[in-house]
Ligand binder design. Structure first.
Ligand code: SF4
Length: 252
């Protein structure tokens, strides 16, 4: 049954989920209780794929969504088709508002993200955050693949957090918050989980650690920080404002 959760209930749920360690148990509990008012929201990266695999093993119906910025890699679009076939699911593509994108491009150009941090955040706002906000109106539980080891700025992320949509409270859950990159790769290999081919190292040993829009995501060299490949041209201006985040996990 679809319903919107109340504040007292979301606080109780937060306590319950915080006590659970096993990601599969967390996913089972959330989808059993909330059905399609819970969703794994993923860009097809490794943590999201682990969660899809665990949810599929639980044998309950589960909802998967992605924010399709219209600027994803062709390999990523093809990968989503492959994931749908493998798990017998439909990944909902949540897209930006066409009018808002056209206005932004008319005023600032297609490649505005090169101009300044502010314009990069504006582009992320139009293409990612606003679609995410619309998606949140349909959810009580947002399941995300964020992990503490992904960057300095994510080291304080919590497994559970109460956030607000425009209309109601939402429990944001990161079941893999404590997993390391090694944990994720071990799981993927041991369970034959599909991997976006872009995550495999190229001939020079360079690889994507973080994958999003084309141009704004690049491969990193061994030894570089995990998010050095995001908005690479900003690396030279390493300020507090330059947090290597699109705002999805801060602005909402
Ligand atoms: S990652 Fe780049 S292209 Fe994608 S929404 Fe952000 S600024 Fe725009």
């Amino acid at each position: 049954m679809a319903f919107q959760i109340e504040t007292a209930s979301v606080m109780k749920l937060k306590q319950q989920i915080s006590l659970k360690e096993d990601p599969q148990e967390i996913l089972f509990c959330l989808f059993k209780q909330f059905n399609d008012r819970a969703a794994i929201v993923t860009s097809g990266q490794l943590s999201g794929m682990v969660q899809i695999h665990l949810a599929a093993e639980s044998k309950l119906p589960f909802r998967v969504c992605t924010i399709d910025t219209h600027r994803l890699f062709p390999e990523t679009y093809a990968f989503f088709d492959q994931v749908e076939e493998r798990y017998g699911i439909e990944i909902e593509r949540i897209q930006p508002d066409t009018t808002e994108v056209e206005k932004m491009v008319d005023e600032h150009g297609e490649y505005l993200f090169f101009d300044s941090k502010a314009k990069q955040k504006y582009c992320c706002d139009i293409r990612k955050i606003r679609p995410m906000q619309r998606l949140l109106e349909t959810l009580d539980v947002w399941i995300t693949g964020t992990r503490r080891d992904q960057s300095e700025t994510r080291q304080n992320f919590q497994k559970t957090e109460i956030i607000s949509s425009n209309t109601h409270p939402i429990l944001k859950v990161s079941p893999l918050i404590h997993w390391t990159t090694e944990d994720v790769w071990n799981f993927v290999r041991e369970n034959d989980v599909p991997v976006n081919p872009l995550f495999k190292p190229d001939a020079n040993g360079h690889y994507y650690d973080s994958l999003g829009c084309m141009i704004c995501s690049t491969r990193i060299r061994p030894g570089e920080s995990k998010r050095a490949g995001r908005w690479r041209w900003q690396n030279a201006t390493d300020t507090e404002e330059n947090d290597k985040e699109c705002g999805l996990h801060y602005a909402i």
